[in-house]
Design a protein around this ligand. Structure first.
Ligand SMILES: Cc1ncc(COP(=O)(O)O)c(C=O)c1O
Length: 319
């Protein structure tokens, strides 16, 4: 450790580690790339509702992508057991971190066929026998990060991702300057478009060490339950309630939500839209058009959750 000299951020190190058995990369897509390039996978079955960011990595590895349809429960529409087994894997997305139980049921007979995309499910445990990827920066204030759990041996790259230019948005946001940090956030995300695997940055590793995961889990769970209680009867999605620590509360309505999203921005309530993609099937397109992905993260107290509920209710009443 260096002594004296210029000053540093004053954070308390709690020695938090996410998953000691996981290989750590700069992003989930880099983790997927590292796994696929270490295996002989030639074809990846991918749901027709997913974030486009994974496709460049698949293209560069010459992986054949076969889309499969999902049903309204966001699970494969047809049984995937009949697919050609050799050199094939099936990517299952744990949407919003809310499908863990269903995924466990689905994979029981041949777990090794599946890669579970837990990018939206940081707090869902890896299922033995499967391979899984995670994207912790969607849940934590870190600039980069992607985890891979697999029984396959992975040769780790030597180089670390350099996140030193990609932390400004986190500091601005923490200081209460969300709009001012937005372009920096986009720059940081753009830096992750390069999927050649690198090790997760030392900055992310340190920030994770200083994160109180217990508080994050408790608050997410509480906020999710609050939104569930208020919106469940209206929600077109059937969601689980007990023991969930998801990414967000997805509220699927019977009409398009563009207008509500715009009105919420005017109230400084920013919602992501998952996902606008030319590869989406009917269910995916409908999810994109009619779902409000309401935030539940640890920054939000009960009062702010009540504000979200009131704002959404008022806007729906005006429809
Ligand atoms: C389901 C899913 N898979 C993979 C990814 C890629 O994650 P990363 O940005 O960490 O590469 C995302 C990103 O949004 C995602 O939502």
């Amino acid at each position: 450790m260096a002594i004296g000299g210029y000053n540093q951020l004053s954070l308390t190190c709690l020695n938090t580690k996410l998953d000691v058995e996981a290989y750590q990369f700069q992003s989930a897509r880099a983790a997927l790339y590292a796994y696929l390039s270490a295996t002989k996978v030639k074809t990846l079955y991918v749901p027709n509702y997913i974030c486009d960011s994974i496709f460049p990595a698949l293209e560069s590895l010459n992986i054949e992508v076969e889309f499969y349809s999902i049903n309204e429960q966001l699970l494969p529409e047809k049984s995937l057991k009949l697919i050609r087994k050799s050199c094939c894997k099936v990517l299952l997305v744990n949407y919003f971190g809310l499908l863990n139980k269903k995924i466990k049921e689905l994979i029981t007979s041949e777990p090794e066929l599946y890669v579970i995309d837990n990018s939206q499910a940081l707090f869902c445990e890896h299922i033995e026998g499967t391979t899984s990827i995670y994207s912790p920066r969607k849940f934590l204030g870190i600039p980069d990060g992607g985890l891979l759990r697999t029984s396959k041996h992975i040769n780790m790259p030597k180089e670390f991702f350099d996140a030193s230019k990609y932390t400004g948005h986190l500091l601005l946001r923490a200081s209460g300057y969300a709009p001012e940090g937005y372009t920096m956030f986009l720059d940081a995300e753009q830096a992750l478009e390069s999927f050649t695997p690198k090790r997760m940055s030392v900055i992310s590793e340190y920030l994770i060490k200083c994160t109180d995961i217990r508080v994050i889990k408790e608050k997410r769970q509480r906020n999710y339950e609050l939104l569930y209680t208020r919106f469940n009867s209206l929600n077109q999605l059937q969601l689980p309630i007990h023991d969930q620590i998801p990414l967000c509360y997805p509220l699927k309505l019977a009409f398009k939500v563009d207008q509500i999203c715009k009105q919420l921005i005017d109230k400084a309530i920013y919602l992501p839209r998952y996902w606008c993609s030319k590869y989406s099937g009917e269910v995916g397109q409908d999810m994109f058009e009619t779902t409000l992905f309401l935030p539940i993260d640890e920054r939000l107290d009960t009062e702010q959750i009540e504000l979200i509920i009131e704002s959404v209710n008022n806007m729906m009443a005006l429809k």
